[in-house]
Design a protein around this ligand. Structure first.
Ligand code: FES
Length: 116
């Protein structure tokens, strides 16, 4: 069973946005989408792109570095690297797709907790 750790206030986020929070030296990305909160690692599992600087469309975040996309609900890879050229193909072989780590969220009295 994981530890429940306070992360933020629910009103630190507005609907349809995502934000980076620090938690014991670790960066955690939290998004509020359709009234649901999601928490994941803040950095892309490809080469560490800052996902909080990426684009959020629904529950899909696009990495600002090479365009990989992840579903914040479960961390699944929607697209691994943008493009279809030789360089992208080689990149996919050298670094195969890796899912984004997600963390369960608990809400209590206007506070967001995650379990690690
Ligand atoms: S660092 Fe995110 S796609 Fe490369």
């Amino acid at each position: 069973m994981g530890n429940r750790i306070y992360l933020a206030e629910t009103n630190d986020l507005s609907e349809g946005t995502m934000k980076n929070f620090k938690l014991n030296g670790q960066d955690i990305l939290v998004a509020l989408i359709n009234g649901n909160y999601y928490a994941t690692d803040s950095y892309c599992p490809h080469m560490g792109g800052a996902l909080f600087h990426g684009k959020l469309e629904g529950t899909i975040v696009t990495c600002p570095r090479h365009g990989s996309q992840f579903d914040l609900r479960n961390g699944h890879v929607v697209r691994w690297l943008k493009g279809t050229g030789l360089i992208t193909s080689i990149g996919k072989v050298l670094k195969p797709p890796r899912k984004l780590t997600t963390y369960p969220i608990k809400l209590e009295n206007g506070k967001i907790f995650i379990e690690q």
